[in-house]
Structure formats: C-alpha cells, structure tokens
Design a protein around this ligand. Structure first.
Ligand code: CA2
Length: 167
C-alpha cells in the first residue's frame, strides 16, 4: 500500500460504517460542455460526464454528488461541505484553478483524498494555464484525457479511500 493509500484508508465511512459519496465539483463555464469549443473540450455534455462518474463509482458500490457552478464562493461552500459529507473529492476547478488562492485555502482544510481533474491538458496550452492553485492540495492530477479524465479521477480517488471494485 502506498503512503497516500495508508493516509486516506477508511475515509469513505461515516460513524455508522455507511460509505459517504464522492463529490465531483465543477467550476465556471463547464455547463457549456458539448455546446461550445468542441475542438478543445469535445462534444460530451456535462450531464454525460455525470453519468460516466456515477457508473464508475457504482462499480465500487459508491454514490456521486455531482455539481457545477459559475461562482467562486459557491464552489468554496461545496468544498467546505465535502469536509464532512464526502469520502473523496474530484474537482475540475476550470479557470479558478489558475486564479483562486481562496479555493486552495479551502481545499487544504480537507483530510479526504482530492484529485484534480481536467479535460484538456493545460500543460500544452497557454502559459497562464500552467500554474494551478489546486495542485498543492491534491493527491494527484489527471488531465488531457477528455471525459475519461473524470472516470480515472473518480477511480483513483475511491481507491485512495480503500474502496474496492465490487462490479
Ligand atoms: O481542461 C479543463 O478541464 C479545464 O479545467 C477547462 C477550463 C480551463 O480554464 C482550464 O485551463 C482547463 C475551462 C472550462 C471552460 O469550459 C468550457 C466548456 C465548453 C465551452 C467553453 C468553455
């Protein structure tokens, strides 16, 4: 078992040994997925991404809380909610990943595994996308695989909690 897996093992369970859901949070403009800039972000809609996440989590017997917001404060409120309510957090911070110290501050208060996720590969795009305020709080980053990034992120985050595939 890796040090990260040891650190987070059991994070998915509340007092009653009920597995908590995994939170998948999405930042600004991702509601436009599939409708705009398909050459960068593809044709899959955010609702379809939600289904991919739910299906992957179901293979571990886990549920997903999947949300999107265009508002920084709301995203931070949800991160704070995840502290108590989630077994793990997958976050595509979108533009806020490049700008938000407040988001990093919120993420650093969590003791559950955090996986940063991007559809595109910011490392091969504009210079300003190469810095992430989220990465220092994340166990890992998955980027560049389109919707598959989300599936891999859910899979990784759940494995870090010690979850095992049941289907
Ligand atoms: O590749 C990703 O997932 C990003 O997080 C997407 C962000 C971008 O700022 C990051 O550098 C990388 C932008 C999200 C905007 O989403 C749109 C979706 C469809 C059409 C227009 C924007």
């Amino acid at each position: 078992m890796t040090p990260d897996a040891r650190r987070y093992k059991g994070a998915g369970f509340g007092g009653g040994r009920m597995a908590k859901p995994i939170y998948v949070l999405n930042g600004p403009n991702l509601n436009l997925l599939g409708a705009r800039e398909p050459h960068i972000y593809g044709k899959t809609t955010l609702e379809q991404v939600r289904a991919l996440c739910e299906n992957r989590a179901a293979e571990f017997g886990r549920k997903v809380v999947f949300r999107q917001t265009n508002h920084e404060g709301e995203l931070i409120d949800w991160v704070q909610e995840a502290r108590e309510q989630a077994s793990a957090l997958v976050i595509n911070p979108a533009g806020y990943g490049h700008t938000s110290v407040a988001l990093l501050d919120a993420l650093k208060t969590l003791s559950i595994p955090i996986v940063e996720c991007h559809l595109s590969n910011p490392a091969v795009r504009e210079q300003f996308r190469r810095h992430s305020f989220v990465s220092p709080a994340a166990a890992g980053v998955i980027q560049g695989f389109g919707p598959l990034s989300y599936e891999l992120a859910v899979d990784s985050a759940l494995r870090l909690t010690g979850a095992v595939r049941t289907a």
